[in-house]
Write a protein that binds this ligand. Sequence first.
Ligand SMILES: [Zn+2]
Length: 115
Amino acid sequence: MKDRNFLNTVMEFEQQLEAIQEQFNYLKQFVAHMMEEHQTLQAENLHLRARLDELQSNEAIQNEERKSDVADIGEGYDNLARLYHEGFHVCHVHFGSSRKGEDCLFCLSFLNKTT
Ligand SMILES: [Zn+2]
């Protein structure tokens, strides 16, 4: 009877070892999976950083271009204001014709809008 109990204990222990082995295998698979995912995320992060750098430098270039566009508009305005002060209409109603020394409300509102 005592031997019978001992055998049962040994068999139970074996079952426990098998269960632990199974859990350990599962854990190993989990770690392998995590390492794989970590590598994928690292590669993706690197890729996204490179893309972000690219976009940021593109944006910097575009901002430079935009600044020079604003400068162009400023220059256009200066030319129109000069033309007006030289005595010509710059409004769309009488554009290019002489103001004959009179102020034109269309021209003035146009020039004010452009600033
Ligand atoms: Zn005018």
